[in-house]
Design a protein around this ligand. Sequence first.
Ligand SMILES: [Zn+2]
Length: 176
Amino acid sequence: MNHQPFETWLLDDKHLTAAEKRDLNSHLRECRNCSALAETGLALRSTRTAAPAPGFALRFQNRLAAQKTAERRRLFWGMTLFVTIGLGLFGWLAAPYFMAFAAAPLQWLFTAGSYVLYTVTSLHAFSEMLLILARVLPNFVPPYAWMVFLSFVAGVGLLWMVSIWRFVRKPMRVTA
Ligand SMILES: [Zn+2]
């Protein structure tokens, strides 16, 4: 069957005269090829006009802005919650001290002062004790024991330094 010139008319989407239209219609009735082609052309023409719905860009921008606002709001409430919990925890921990101070400021100051004094005195006493021990011990411990002790301390110190050195060097090695 000869499909020309109908095939060309259909493919070119040609504007037809009345006589040409009649010829084409009679050919389409007999020819399944050209009628299929005509249907495809109709389908293509109907989808070619598919454009984004009106206001699409505006709606997209609005949605984007709404999303940003929601994100900002989430961040704000997250920070608020974080700060509130932090302050609450701090208040809960510090409240006894504040209450004690508010109830009796002088007594609180006295207690704090005596605590500091106690710490200083204990440290002082401890250092005194160490000094006394250092002065007294050599008289009780024989010299060779001191040599053993000192070499032991030196050995441990050396081991410690080596282990630190290896620990520090290890991460620098490049693994293949
Ligand atoms: Zn045909």
